[in-house]
Design a protein around this ligand. Structure first.
Ligand code: HEC
Length: 133
């Protein structure tokens, strides 16, 4: 399951940076599962969708801890202002975690999934636009 991300992270020398990239890739992997279902590429299944949301919540919960050390790597896309605004960065991680926890219970229909994709996507964007190159 993480084969793709392992390849993508080849060349990352700093293991702390690699760990945080792996967590982000794991989140993206779950988003892909949800996205495929939302688009009808795979059939909608409430349990699978809720499990994907739970996985996102888990990794979002780890995010502040993984980013806390101010580590860098030539391959990193993290902006240095993360560590000037670490409380805001933490709030944004917590926001994703809380939302994903909620969705891990509330995605019951395809319609729920479609609105979940929007709210989740907005959360990724709100952090990336400030803190990722
Ligand atoms: C609290 C901030 C924050 C949130 C929320 C967040 N990200 Fe990220 N994300 C980052 C940062 C910072 C990086 C750059 C990490 C680095 O390169 O060191 C990143 C990198 C990534 C990467 C690239 C990983 C790699 O292999 O280099 C992917 C993919 C990604 N995020 C997906 C997502 C998705 C999908 C969501 C929403 C479901 C999300 N992220 C939510 C901060 C966040």
């Amino acid at each position: 399951m993480f084969a793709g991300s392992a390849l993508a992270h080849k060349g990352v020398m700093n293991s702390s940076v690699k760990a945080r990239m792996d967590a982000m890739s794991a989140i993206a992997q779950q988003m892909k599962t949800l996205g495929k279902m939302a688009k009808g590429v795979t059939p909608f299944d409430s349990a699978t969708a809720r499990l994907a949301a739970a996985e996102i919540a888990k990794h979002a919960g780890d995010t502040p801890k993984l980013f806390e050390p101010e580590e860098d790597d030539p391959k990193s896309e993290a902006k240095a202002i993360i560590w000037d605004n670490f409380s805001d960065f933490t709030i944004k991680s917590n926001h994703l975690e809380d939302l994903a926890v909620e969705l891990s219970v509330t995605i019951l229909t395809k319609k729920d999934l479609n609105s979940a994709m929007k709210s989740l996507g907005a959360t990724c964007q709100s952090c990336h636009k400030l803190y990722r190159d």
